[in-house]
Design a protein around this ligand. Structure first.
Ligand SMILES: NC(=O)c1ccc[n+]([C@@H]2O[C@H](COP(=O)([O-])OP(=O)(O)OC[C@H]3O[C@@H](n4cnc5c(N)ncnc54)[C@H](OP(=O)(O)O)[C@@H]3O)[C@@H](O)[C@H]2O)c1
Length: 297
């Protein structure tokens, strides 16, 4: 029987476990605070920001939000960032991507105080992660690690193929999984759009992580017998329903399920974990900034 890895259940457990730490911090006078910054009015970004705020409210994290006009000069966003860096009630914040074309996202990230960079994208935090001394693990890769841990999948000595080399998923995940650590110790292959014979690389893997943003790119014929499949992809495809679309992953679920020993669904797999790990990083940020020790799940 193939195990369907339930991201909603694991994320819910992590959120429940975080509430104790949040109340400990609140009792010590430092209830964790997360801010979201949205430049422009992209509807998908607005939805993500709303979800992040709702998640905070549910676990007792103070949520704050700043809107910046989409046609404002970059300096307006930089001023917002400087204000958040200086605000002691904000322990972490995220600048929702994408930012408008006239703003350099890398410069935005460089201006975020690394101690409040709960996305884990600042170069200092990237460097620490690569060096095996992560302060904030980026939320999606960390969520993937937690799913594997919860499913009792020991990566030591396993071959992992990651499809995708983005700065937010593929690269940090590869760096985490090769660390000499209990949740690492894997041998990792990272594939991308220039990879030749992708199927050979996925078929030979004990664990396949798909993060390409290509609907159903990986089908059952590309999965080795008994492999574990983690599908990070979230893609909108046209569908004959009320909304006119449905969400599918980067993996063709039905055929991959026939070969896999365990697989994540889309939705309900990695997505809820990404949201939970943002809360985790916010609690960690508050703990570090205030010198209050808490147990993190
Ligand atoms: N569930 C979640 O919480 C969550 C979080 C983040 C992202 N996502 C989803 O995960 C997917 C990836 O996101 P991302 O931000 O990492 O995307 P991205 O920045 O667009 O990167 C995609 C990566 O996949 C590679 N790729 C694309 N098509 C490929 C193909 N046919 N064969 C092999 N490699 C291919 C690209 O190669 P090149 O580098 O050569 O272009 C690139 O490295 C998207 O569907 C996104 O919506 C989900």
């Amino acid at each position: 029987m193939t195990e369907i890895i339930d991201g909603n259940a694991v994320a819910s457990e992590i959120r429940d476990n975080l509430t104790d730490a949040i109340e400990t911090l609140a009792d010590a006078g430092s209830r964790p605070g997360l801010a979201t910054v949205l430049m422009g009015d992209d509807p998908a970004s607005q939805t993500y920001v709303n979800m992040k705020q709702r998640d905070c409210e549910e676990v007792g994290i103070e949520s704050h939000h700043v809107d910046v006009a989409g046609d404002a000069p970059p300096e307006t966003l930089y001023d917002t960032i400087a204000d958040l860096n200086a605000d002691p009630e904000i322990h972490g914040y995220i600048v929702q991507a994408p930012v408008p074309d006239h703003v350099d996202y890398r410069e935005v990230i460089r201006r975020v105080d690394p101690a409040k960079d709960v996305d884990g994208f600042h170069p200092e935090n990237v460097g620490r992660l690569v060096a095996g001394d992560a302060r904030f693990r980026p939320c999606t890769p960390h969520g993937v690690q937690k799913l594997l841990e919860d499913a009792a999948i020991d990566l030591e000595g396993k071959d992992v193929t990651i499809v995708g080399r983005s700065d937010i998923v593929g690269k940090p995940l590869a760096n985490l999984l090769i660390q000499k650590a209990d949740d690492g110790n894997a041998t990792v292959t990272v594939c991308h759009s220039r990879t030749t014979d992708l199927a050979a690389k996925t078929r030979g893997a004990d664990v396949v992580v798909a993060a390409a943003g290509a609907p159903e790119l990986i089908d059952g014929s590309m999965i080795g017998d008994g492999a574990v499949v983690i599908d990070v992809g979230v893609n909108r495809v046209d569908a004959d329903n009320e909304k006119g679309y449905e969400l599918v992953g980067d993996v063709e679920f039905e055929s991959a399920k026939e070969r896999a020993s365990a697989i994540t669904p889309v939705p309900g797999g990695v997505g809820p974990m990404t949201r939970a790990m943002l809360l985790y990083n916010t609690v960690k940020a508050a703990s570090l900034q205030n010198g209050v020790d808490v147990d993190l799940p």
